[in-house]
Design a protein around this ligand. Structure first.
Ligand code: 13P
Length: 253
């Protein structure tokens, strides 16, 4: 049985006091949500402060990015060891903003995914097509290429451990959410693809989140789909109320 997960990707938002207040607000009320894994992913400069706010609660800490090397002369980068040191348990890898704005390739995402798993952290590996790719009927091919490239060389056991997030790029920050049918089609394909490449048991254990304009009023119908195991939330994760409302919808799914 896959545990439902709701993760908040705060992206490059908030300041130190707002990040602490949001983390504290979520931690204080996380008990109300019940059997859902809650994760917050603040900007890296606020990881340490947020870790202190959520300590002792059921909220887990995630990073938005990582570098694949363990240490050394990599100015501006952050290693898995540093993320472990400040209490992270999850790392978002290959977010579309990193792929499309910052030029990350499937090879980069693959190196990061290996590094994250080697550090006993859980990667949340993001995939998703552009609007032009969807309109050209290439969604399935794009997802397959990203999955094959990003997850190359992983074992079936590692596949069972990691989290995949399907985030159609055209739905991110646009208010244009994928319909449950559109999301479901890709989630079903993703699980089938993992089953073909690894095995049914591992593919059945991988959690596949949906991301892209998830809000309290559309979360329930998305999360009711059998292969949607949770949500990766951007804008609506920046307020305690909306984040917890999505988590409550997830619990009931
Ligand atoms: P929005 O929820 O703001 O569309 O962002 C989704 C996302 O990119 C989460 O990683």
């Amino acid at each position: 049985m896959r545990r439902v997960m709701v993760a908040g990707n705060w992206k490059m938002n908030l300041d130190r006091s707002a990040a602490a207040a949001l983390a504290q607000g979520i931690a204080d009320r996380a008990g109300e949500v019940g059997d859902v894994d809650l994760v917050v992913c603040p900007p890296s400069v606020y990881l340490d402060g947020v870790a202190r706010c959520i300590e002792g609660s059921k909220v887990a800490l995630g990073a938005q990015n990582v570098y694949h090397e363990p240490d050394g002369a990599f100015t501006g980068e952050i290693s898995t060891r540093m993320l472990v040191d400040v209490g992270c348990r999850y790392v978002i890898v290959g977010h579309s903003e990193r792929r499309h704005i910052l030029g990350e390739t499937d090879e980069d995402v693959n190196r990061k995914t290996h590094a994250v798993l080697a550090a006993d952290l859980t990667p949340i590996v993001c995939v998703g097509e552009l609007l032009s790719e969807r309109e050209a009927g290439q969604t399935a091919a794009v997802i397959r290429r990203q999955v094959e490239g990003s997850l190359a060389g992983l074992s079936a056991d590692q596949i069972a451990e990691l989290v995949v997030a399907y985030e159609p790029v055209w739905a991110i920050g646009t208010g244009k959410v994928a319909t449950p049918a559109q999301a479901s089609e890709v989630h079903d394909d993703l699980r089938k693809l993992l089953g073909e490449r690894y095995n049914a048991t591992s593919a059945g254990a991988t959690r596949i989140l949906y991301g892209g304009s998830v809000k309290p009023d559309n979360a329930a119908e998305l999360l009711a789909q059998p292969n949607i195991d949770g949500a990766l939330v951007g804008g609506a994760s920046l307020k305690v109320e909306s984040f917890l409302a999505i988590a409550a919808a997830a619990r009931e799914s």
